[in-house]
Design a protein around this ligand. Structure first.
Ligand code: FES
Length: 93
């Protein structure tokens, strides 16, 4: 199992185990972390884009992953990211 840490949402950090077939967006929803979407997680709207604070080497990108730099930070669509087994990824808004 991989791990996703959602930080930067108030004072709390949410830590979620994520299976190999689950996207980071789905793991967020399952754990009560709100990430907006307009396309329902199909890679079309980019509303789910978040910052990858660390662990990008553990990200498995799906076809619409499209990571890009913005203000010196790497941002990408959470609906297009899975986490490698035993990897840990930290996500912030
Ligand atoms: S939810 Fe629309 S691109 Fe990710």
């Amino acid at each position: 199992m991989g791990i996703v840490r959602f930080v930067g949402r108030g004072s709390e950090e949410t830590v979620v185990e994520i299976g190999p077939d689950e996207t980071i967006l789905r793991a967020a929803w399952r754990s009560g972390v709100e990430i907006p979407t307009k396309c329902g997680g199909n890679g079309l709207c980019a509303w789910c884009t978040q910052t990858i604070r660390s662990g990008i080497e553990h990200v498995i990108g799906l076809p619409q992953y499209n990571p890009h730099d913005q203000d010196g930070k790497t941002r990408a669509k959470t609906c297009q990211m899975k986490v490698a087994e035993d990897g840990e990824v930290v996500i912030e808004p």
